[in-house]
Design a protein around this ligand. Structure first.
Ligand code: FE
Ligand code: ZN
Ligand code: FE
Ligand code: FE
Length: 199
C-alpha cells in the first residue's frame, strides 16, 4: 500500500517528525554536553555499565543483612540471606568479567540502586514489624531484583554483540539467579506474607 493511501498514518508520522524538530530547535531543552571521560563506543559503555552494577551489588551486600534482620517471616529472612550469599558470588563473577576484558574491577555509584535502597529504608520506617513490614520488604526487594534483571539483560546483550562470549556466559548465570530470586520472593508473598498482612 502506498503512503498516499494511508493519510492518517502519514499525518501522524509527519507530526512526529515536526515534534522532534521542534524539540531539537528548542533552546530551553539542551543537548547534553558529554563529560571528558564519556563512552565513545559500545565496549566503553559496557565497561561503564559493569562498574555501575559492581557498585550496586556491593551496596546490596551492605544492605541485605538489615533487610533480613527486619523480616519477621523466617522464610523471607532465609530467602534474603540466601540471596546475600548469591550476591557475593555475583560480585566475584563481575570481577572475572573485568578480568576477561583486561579492565580493573572498580565501582561507580549507581544512582538507581542508591535510590532503591533509600526507598527500602523508608518502607521500614513506614511499617510496623510483622507481616505488613514483611510485605514492604518484599516489595522493595522485588524492585531491586527487577532493576538487576534489566541491567544483566542489557549486559548479556552488550557482551554478545561485542563477541565477549565468556563474559556473556558469566552474566547469563547471574541473570538467571536474579530471576530466581524474584520468583522466590513472589512465592513468599503469595503463599504466606501477603495473606497474613491482609488479615
Ligand atoms: Fe545481584
Ligand atoms: Zn545501576
Ligand atoms: Fe543504573
Ligand atoms: Fe539480586
Amino acid at each position: 500500500m502506498k503512503n498516499s493511501e494511508k493519510p492518517n498514518q502519514t499525518n501522524a508520522t509527519q507530526a512526529k517528525a515536526d515534534q522532534t524538530k521542534d524539540i531539537k530547535n528548542n533552546a530551553k531543552i539542551n543537548i547534553v554536553e558529554p563529560s571528558s571521560d564519556a563512552a565513545t563506543d559500545l565496549k566503553e559503555l559496557f565497561v561503564d555499565s559493569l562498574k555501575d552494577i559492581y557498585w550496586a551489588e556491593n551496596a546490596l551486600v551492605g544492605a541485605l543483612p538489615k533487610m533480613a534482620a527486619n523480616a519477621t517471616s523466617s522464610g523471607l529472612a532465609g530467602a534474603i540471606l540466601e540471596h546475600l550469599d548469591v550476591t557475593q558470588l555475583q560480585i566475584s563473577r563481575l570481577e572475572q568479567v573485568f578480568d576477561l576484558l583486561g579492565e580493573k574491577a572498580e565501582g561507580k555509584k549507581c544512582e538507581a540502586m542508591a535510590g532503591l535502597l533509600k526507598e527500602g529504608d523508608t518502607i521500614l520506617l513506614e511499617t510496623t514489624p510483622g507481616s505488613v513490614r514483611d510485605a514492604g520488604i518484599i516489595a522493595a526487594s522485588q524492585k531491586i531484583e527487577h532493576y538487576e534483571i534489566a541491567t544483566y539483560g542489557t549486559l548479556v546483550a552488550f557482551a554478545k554483540t561485542l563477541g565477549e562470549n565468556d563474559a556473556a556466559k558469566l552474566l547469563t548465570q547471574t541473570l538467571a539467579e536474579e530471576k530466581e530470586a524474584d520468583c522466590v520472593l513472589n512465592d513468599v508473598a503469595l503463599n504466606t506474607v501477603n495473606i497474613v498482612a491482609a488479615e
